[in-house]
Write a protein that binds this ligand. Sequence first.
Ligand code: DGY
Length: 427
Amino acid sequence: MIALDPSKIFDHAVEVLKENDQGGYTIPTKGLYPFQWNWDSCLTALGQSHFDEQRAWTEIETLFDHQWPDGMVPHIVFHVYSDGYFPGPNVWGTGRPVATSGITQPPVAGFAVRRLYERARDRQMAEKRAKALLPKIDAWHRWFYSHRDPRGEGLVAILHPWESGRDNSVDWDQAFERVPTDGVEPYTRRDTQHADPAHRPTKEQYDRYIWLVQHFRGLNWDNAKLHDASPFQVVDPGFNAILIRSCADLADLAESLGEARLAAENRARAEAGLAAMNALWSGTHGQYLCKDRVTGALIDSASIGGILPVFAAVPEDHARSIALTVERQAAAAKFIVPSHDPADPRFEAKRYWRGPAWLVTNYMIADGLRRVGETAVADRIVQSSLELISQSGFAEYYDPLTGEPCGGHRFTWTAAMVLEFLRLMKS
Ligand code: DGY
């Protein structure tokens, strides 16, 4: 049962978005994340569009102002100085005019911009701003397929767990063993000063995260070299599905804006990606699995990364199996969708992406399920999300067994997703 009045939840969500707004970009939360994060910002813009349309476009434009010349859009833009976050600009050493990290994040921009454009009240403004963003998003998509799919398999690899957005997922455990920790420069973690260490990745994982950053920095962040030089290359179905959905959405947007070439190129990327995704399907798990590109083997880990593909136009029988998988998980967890299958002994209810429920993934999964007519499961996900807010406030993520708030508090993208859910309930 939702105890809070929906109009109060709406106002509260707007308050969270406004208090984290830095003018042209929004920080995910105070303390833990003091800069602009890539996919946080694109999803935040959707929330902002419900009360300030202009501001929503600015959020994404600011991110793309820091796109690299090769097309990559970095996962963090360090707009201001803060020593409250590690690893900061000196560790990344990317040499950009405004400091950025050197890796990327799930490309939700194509999806988000299409949504902003379609719901725009000021049509002229939206057309102008969508037209300006279109080639930039296209360049990012092109970058993915040339630098992260160098052998033209149709699917891209992530080279660092942070790129997936699901930093410490069980998915990476095995491949991560190949990442050494020798030579890691001494460091002090900041995240564990802002959030409960039991909710965060381990020290051993941090050593490996930093080894990869130092390794890529040693290659001068040359994207022509990073893929083959990385001991960690994983094809994440969730990440690819987001890219595929963004390509398809960008293609539709380009078509409406009369950009036929961009439309055709993005359509072709989405189609090739969807065809290649079939090889990641696991009938046993009723979901997709990651693939370790170094060994060529599928990774036996039933995480939310394999449920997220329903966000793209995957075959209908796969989408239906995913709906059943979510239903099965709902019998084990009070709140859905857990980021790892509770039936797996590696599930950890409070540790970041090893079990907790997140509203951003809930949003994308519910959207995909609704598209294939699985409205009952989609509604259940929305209901569960709003119950979490009502019970535990706007946390970064939640223990799916108890609903306890975990990680950071007064979290921007959680608030943004709530505005989206409330809007969905009205429509
Ligand atoms: C962090 O610092 O926790 C991030 O997820 C890396 O982007």
